[in-house]
Design a protein around this ligand. Structure first.
Ligand code: NAP
Ligand code: GCO
Length: 297
């Protein structure tokens, strides 16, 4: 008798618990729909996102509910990226595509629309840099950087905008740079490209804002990724790279930023919370652009 009563009690409390869970689920689902920062139901294409900043941004967008699609130049990188996303519990869709190749990009977008769905959010992240003194740089090297860092965002944006117009909304986020505002030795091609990308961002805003497409930029400061690894390498005598010391002195927080610190700003610019923000470059630089730099002791 006692065990029957206990079973009944357990059954009753299970039912009560289930009802409670159902109520919480329904409330969260409602909140998710009214949460302006939610990316539930959205498809995000992040270019060059097997690792680095693109991967960090895609991870943050996935955690906000987005379906992640990414591309990279090589299948082995795409495979590595898929495994890395899986490790984070993210079922991403990965494709091989060189973003500088317009035909390949148009095929990619058509494939994504067929296999995953219409792209709601585009992050033009893929990029390269060549650190060569300008007068030693060949025109071909200059053109290669412009091709990836400026022509490609134009090509990929042009490929996704028509479907965004049809859908009635879209978000384009261009990964600019401190070099969209400042120059420095050896990065002439990169700075020219990133300066151009800032203006392409403002132009897409101007030309497509009426179709409820918001195009903004994120301008990362100095982020610890493979791209900046050479600037942080220890010297043969074990001392810090002079550039590492220099950048930390230029950053109020006295440190390099981490890729994950770009996730929140990217989710904001990809979400309805930023529908009133257009043509803006959001600098995530730890304050470098605001700071004259630490006085030498
Ligand atoms: P990264 O570590 O070099 O990663 C760049 C990614 O883009 C790689 O996956 C790369 O693939 C991919 N990629 C390059 N060319 C491509 C092409 N033609 N088609 C498709 N994918 C291509 O760079 P990151 O530091 O993460 O930087 C990502 C973006 O942020 C870049 O636009 C960069 O300019 C910008 N940014 C970086 C910093 C920083 O401090 N790290 C600061 C400001 C802005 P492969 O490995 O095959 O080349
Ligand atoms: C460099 C660095 C920078 C960063 C970034 C700064 O050589 O100065 O690579 O260009 O990549 O763009 O915002």
């Amino acid at each position: 008798r006692r065990s029957q009563a206990a079973t009944r009690q357990a059954g009753y409390s299970d039912k009560k618990t289930n009802l409670k869970i159902l109520r919480i689920f329904r409330r969260n689902k409602k909140m998710a729909n009214t949460n302006p920062f939610s990316l539930e139901g959205k498809i995000a294409l992040v270019t060059g996102a097997s690792y680095g900043i693109g991967f960090a941004i895609a991870k943050a967008m996935a955690n906000a509910g987005a379906t992640i699609v990414f591309n990279d130049i090589k299948q082995e990188l795409v495979d590595k990226g898929l495994a890395a996303y899986k490790e984070e519990g993210i079922e991403a869709h990965g494709y091989v595509c060189d973003v500088t190749n317009e035909d390949a990009v148009n095929e990619l977008v058509a494939k994504i629309e067929k296999e995953v769905g219409v792209i709601d959010i585009l992050v033009n992240n893929a990029g390269i840099i060549k650190r060569i003194p300008m007068c030693e740089m060949t025109a071909a090297e200059f053109r290669q950087v412009i091709d990836v860092d400026l022509n490609a965002p134009f090509i990929v944006s042009k490929a996704v905008i028509p479907s965004m117009i049809k859908k009635g909304h879209g978000k384009i986020i261009n990964i600019c740079s401190m070099m969209s505002e400042l120059g420095r030795e050896t990065v002439s091609a990169y700075a020219a490209a990133k300066g151009g990308l800032k203006m392409l961002t403002k132009n897409i805003c101007s030309e497509y804002g009426e179709f409820n497409i918001q195009c903004n930029g994120i301008g990362p400061g100095y982020i610890e990724t493979p791209q900046t690894a050479p600037l942080r390498e220890r010297q043969p005598d074990g001392s810090r790279h002079p550039f590492d010391t220099f950048i930390c002195a230029k950053t109020p927080a006295n440190r390099w930023l981490q890729p994950d610190e770009l996730g929140g700003p990217a989710v904001f610019l990809a979400s309805d919370a930023s529908n009133g923000v257009n043509g803006h470059i959001l600098y995530v630089d730890g304050g470098i652009l605001a700071y004259i730099g630490k006085q030498p002791k």
